[in-house]
Design a protein around this ligand. Sequence first.
Ligand code: NDP
Ligand code: GDP
Length: 325
Amino acid sequence: MSKKRAFITGITGQDGSYLAEFLLSQGYEVFGLVRRTSTLNFERVRHIQEQITLVSGDMLDQTSLTRTLKDIQPDEVYNLAAQSFVQTSWQQPVFTGDVTALGVTRLLDAIMTVNPKIRFYQASSSEMFGKVQEVPQKESTPFYPRSPYGVAKVYGHWITVNYRESYGLHATSGILFNHESPRRGLEFVTRKVTHHAARIKLGLANELRIGNLDSQRDWGFAGDYVKAMWLMLQQDTPDDYVIATGQTNSVERLLDVAFSCVDLNWKNYTVQDERFMRPAEVDLLVGDPSKAGKNLGWEPNVTFEQLIQMMVEADLQHLKAENRP
Ligand code: NDP
Ligand code: GDP
């Protein structure tokens, strides 16, 4: 039997790299979309580059998406590409809408043109819940996004539902709560904190400038979450699922845990800085993943403490290797 083919947009990102690894382990042929940049940014997939096929294109360019699907003829498409950083979405609201919202329609439209039997996964986000209307948040909780990013994700979510209902596509939206890893971008708060804790420990920095300490997030491990994406596309009937741990922690607790890993007290090194405060904040996110548990048999394996320890240790290792004389 020929191998199943998966096409991943956003393969150079955190989730794309974990999903590509996971799909390879399941025997898939894996293809990934990469946009043209003046310097290569394949760090997260370098270790598997020989086993995957990277194709050039952009979520802003309809032609490239349609042509790519025609060439590859995938069984499954995972749309992970996005301008994914909330803070940047206030500085670049139109660009964020173009990639993160309209990009979804472009891809769905390419599927309709090339082969409506292709199964589609949309990377929706807990940021859609924003100013939360109920605690914990589940699939039926109303959305109240609090940033241009959150608004764009609501569009991406509903256009996925709409194509499913209008055209009968096997289109699924995974509403994933924050998930992190040693491959998380340095601008996100978990990685920023673990990286700084490691830098401070090694004498490479002496302070960490940070924003709101009170906000609370449901943080899980990206490696656990990509499996849920795949499970969603293996179901006979497409549906939407919340993926979360069900536990929430504050940024202050994140600091506590990360700095404890290097035997330091965060209070001695941390400075609050207005630049990292947001025009509108999402104060509390905590998800209810019970539908995913029941229908997909999915559950998280890595606890918050294990996750942060894993990230601090990886940062220590990278920094030691980088700074070795
Ligand atoms: P990253 O920011 O790490 O990766 C984003 C990816 O999108 C990168 O590969 C990036 O390419 C690509 N991309 C951005 N713009 C374009 C474009 N115009 N054309 C083609 N590719 C583009 O995000 P994550 O891996 O953390 O997240 C994956 C998805 O899941 C995103 O859609 C995100 O919004 C969503 N999500 C993430 C959560 C999380 O906690 N991580 C929570 C909920 C949802 P390049 O490398 O060239 O920049
Ligand atoms: P988000 O949930 O997708 O916005 O993920 P982030 O990791 O960017 O932010 C999580 C929370 O941490 C938000 O409530 C931020 O306001 C808060 N936060 C506090 N200080 C910082 C900081 O220095 N950088 C970032 N990125 N977030 C911070």
